[in-house]
Each structure stands twice: as C-alpha cells, then as structure tokens.
Ligand binder design. Structure first.
Ligand SMILES: [Cu+2]
Length: 304
C-alpha cells in the first residue's frame, strides 16, 4: 500500500525504467519467426476479420474498427509528436485483440523492410502460403479493382475507404520499378540502410520523429499501395501488413531510444507534452503519452 509520503511507486526508478519487467517478450521480425509462429499470427489476424465491431458499427468487423479509428484521428496522430507513441499504442491494442479475441499467444511481429529494401516485392511477408499474400491484380486498372489474389487475405472484404463506408476487396498495387532511373520496385531506395542512417543522425526527438515518419515510413505505405491499394489512404490498417509495418517503425524508434537512455522520454513537438492524452474513440482506453514511451515498462514489457 502506498502512503502519500512515498515519492514513487516501488516499481519506478529515477530514469523511468521500471523494475518489474524482468523478462520482456521478444517481438521478432517475420523472417525470424518459425512456421508455426507465422501460422498462429495469420490465423489470429484472420480471426479478427470475423469478430463484430467493438465500436458497435453495424455490418462491420473488429478489423474494420482499426481502419475507422485511424482515419478519424488523422490530424492528431500524423505529422505531430504523438505519431510514434500513438502508433505504439495502436499496435499494442491490436496485439492485445489478437490475444483476447482470438487466442493468440505470441507477440506483434515486424516486416524488416530495411533488409528487404533491395527487392521488397520478393519479401517473405508476401508469401501466399506462409505470409500475407502478394500484389493485387486489376482487370482494367480502375480504382477498387486491385484485389489481392493469393494468400489468406485474398478476397477479404473491408468496410471503409478514407472517411467513407465503401465495401471493397483488400487491394495492393506494388509500385513498379523504374530501371531507366535506377529506381527499385516499391520505392525501396527510400527505406534502405542509407536512408535509415540519415534518420539516425538526428539526436533530438523533435527532428528524429518527422524524419522517420516522412521518408521511410511514408514510402513503405506508398510502395505497397501504389496509389490504389489499401495501404495508401487513411484507412491503411485495412491491410493486415499495416501492423507489421508499424511494428517495424516502432522497432526503429526503440533502437534509437536504446542508443542513449536519455532518449527514452525525449518527446517534443508543437505544444506536445508527456501528459497528453492519446485517444482511441472506444477501440481501447484513452492513454497518456508517458505510458507509451518506454517499451520496457511493466505494462508493455517487450523488446526487439
Ligand atoms: Cu498512421
């Protein structure tokens, strides 16, 4: 029982590290996961597409809720300091839903698109048997016809496109290469080792966050969507690969935080503070930024 005179709960220490997370759960890259770990993740992600909306929206699923909330919150989660902690929270809520709704016992996983940046379309995440299926194919190139053709999510029906209720198939249209300009498929040059090294030259959150959010993060969305796929608009959580993409973004932030312990709670941007509330519009509890800065705290307790 805490007394009012106690300065801090015993689980907290001065530098923000909390003592009770002794065996953090390891979030693996998709490539490092075993076949059974991959299958368990895919099964649970598919299962979420069969669960009723938590938001109480008629004729939609829990999977659709994620796209709806992400679209609604656009201005308070993109292009602002909260981009990184909010998406950390969002991945956490998705990971928790995989467990509580669908019996998943593993962790969130990430697509290491830096490693695959030389040939992103050949990445293991697109494998039709062990991954998320590959590119969409359109009969005539028109919008809303770029349905994913293979894998477990082929034919998946989604409720939203940006702010509209607009039922459609899961779509991808991988950005083609431009060999004449020396540019790889899926804009891979915008998220290669060199780009990441450039992002990591920034030692302050106020500069690191926009660099990470801008080029590598944005290019992966654009490379997969190609302008017509589900990873493009604000309803990008429609594509289950969204969560592997954002877990990779989270891994890069985590790595940057690990480089210097003083960065764990470094948080800055126009009027932003660690006490700001991050909203989820009913998909989960609203939370403060501070609780999502340290992946090694008692609640999150994960590592990469
Ligand atoms: Cu986002």
């Amino acid at each position: 029982m805490l007394k009012a005179t106690d300065a801090l709960p015993s689980s907290q220490s001065i530098n923000g590290r909390q003592a009770n997370c002794t065996t953090p759960r390891l979030r693996k890259s998709w490539d490092d996961a075993t076949p059974s770990e991959r299958a368990a993740y895919i099964d649970a992600a598919l299962c979420l597409t069969t669960k009723p909306s938590r938001l109480g929206h008629a004729s939609t699923t829990l999977h659709d809720d994620f796209a709806w909330v992400h679209n609604q919150l656009d201005r308070e989660i993109h292009g602002v300091a909260a981009f990184l902690p909010w998406h950390r929270l969002f991945v956490h809520v998705y990971e928790t839903a995989l467990k509580t709704e669908c019996g998943y016992t593993g962790t969130a996983m990430y697509w290491d698109w830096v490693k695959d940046s030389g040939a992103p379309a050949s990445a293991s995440v697109w494998d039709p048997d062990t991954g998320f299926g590959g590119d969409g194919v359109s009969p005539d190139g028109s919008p809303f016809t770029w349905c994913v053709q293979d894998g477990p999510f082929a034919g998946l029906q989604l409720a939203y496109w940006n702010g509209d209720f607009h039922p459609h198939c899961l779509q991808r249209s991988f950005q083609p290469a431009h060999p004449e300009a020396g540019l790889q498929e899926m804009i891979g040059y915008a998220y290669d080792e060199e780009i990441i090294a450039g992002v990591f030259t920034h030692t302050e959150y106020v500069e690191f966050r926009p660099r990470l959010e801008g080029t590598p993060h944005g290019a992966v969305h654009a490379g997969i969507a190609g302008g017509l796929g589900d990873m493009g608009p604000l309803t990008s959580p429609n594509d289950p690969i969204f969560f592997l993409h954002h877990t990779m973004v989270d891994q890069l932030w985590w790595k940057w935080q690990q480089e210097d312990p003083s960065r764990v709670f470094d948080y800055e941007g126009a009027g932003a503070t660690l006490d700001d509330t991050m909203r989820l519009l009913g998909l989960g509890e609203d939370r403060t930024v501070r609780d999502f800065m340290d992946a090694g705290n008692d609640e999150l307790c994960y590592t990469y």
